[in-house]
Design a protein around this ligand. Structure first.
Ligand code: ADP
Length: 136
C-alpha cells in the first residue's frame, strides 16, 4: 500500500487516465492522497499565432477544469495539479517535490499500442527516484 500516489493524466487519453485512477485507489492506503497531474506543454510561438486567443490564454485553466471533471464522483483525498513544461520532466519534478511514494502512468497514447513504452512513460521510468507502475 502507498500513502502518496501521483497519477499523471494526458488529456488526450482520459479513458485510460480514469482506469489508472482506479488502480491508484486500490493501492492507496487508508488516509493516503492521490495527486492527479496534467502537464500543459508550451506551445511554440508560430503555432500559438494560428490558434484563437482564448485557447492560448487559458490552457492551464482548461486543464484544471478537465481534471475536475475526471475526478468528479470519486471520493477520498484527491488533489489536482497542473504544471507547465515538458511532461516527463514536470512529472519527475512533481514526484520529488510532493514526496510521492508511487507514480502510476499509462504505457502509451492510444493508437501507439505497438510501442512497448511511450516517450513520456519511458523517461519517467528512467528518471524517477520512486517506484513507477506502468499500466497497460
Ligand atoms: P506516447 O509517447 O505513446 O504518446 P506517452 O509516454 O506520452 O505516450 O504517454 C503515456 C502516459 O504518460 C500518459 O497516459 C500519461 O499517463 C502520461 N503523460 C503523457 N503526457 C502527459 C501530460 N501532458 N501530462 C500528464 N501526463 C502525461
Amino acid at each position: 500500500m502507498y500513502s502518496k500516489i501521483l497519477v499523471p493524466i494526458d488529456l488526450s487519453d482520459v479513458g485510460h487516465g480514469k482506469e489508472v485512477l482506479g488502480v491508484a485507489e486500490k493501492l492507496l492506503q487508508p488516509g493516503g492522497t492521490i495527486t492527479v497531474l496534467n502537464v500543459v506543454e508550451d506551445i511554440p510561438g508560430y503555432v500559438a499565432a494560428e490558434l484563437p486567443d482564448e485557447i492560448v490564454k487559458d490552457l492551464s485553466g482548461n486543464a484544471q477544469k478537465a481534471l475536475e471533471e475526471i475526478i468528479s464522483g470519486l471520493s477520498g483525498n484527491i488533489e489536482l495539479e497542473v504544471r507547465r513544461g515538458s511532461p516527463a520532466s514536470a512529472i519527475v519534478a512533481a514526484s520529488e517535490q510532493l514526496g510521492v511514494d508511487l507514480i502510476i502512468i499509462a504505457s502509451h497514447s492510444p493508437g501507439l499500442a505497438d510501442y512497448f513504452l511511450g516517450s513520456t512513460a519511458s523517461r519517467v521510468v528512467r528518471h524517477a527516484k520512486c517506484p513507477v507502475l506502468v499500466d497497460r
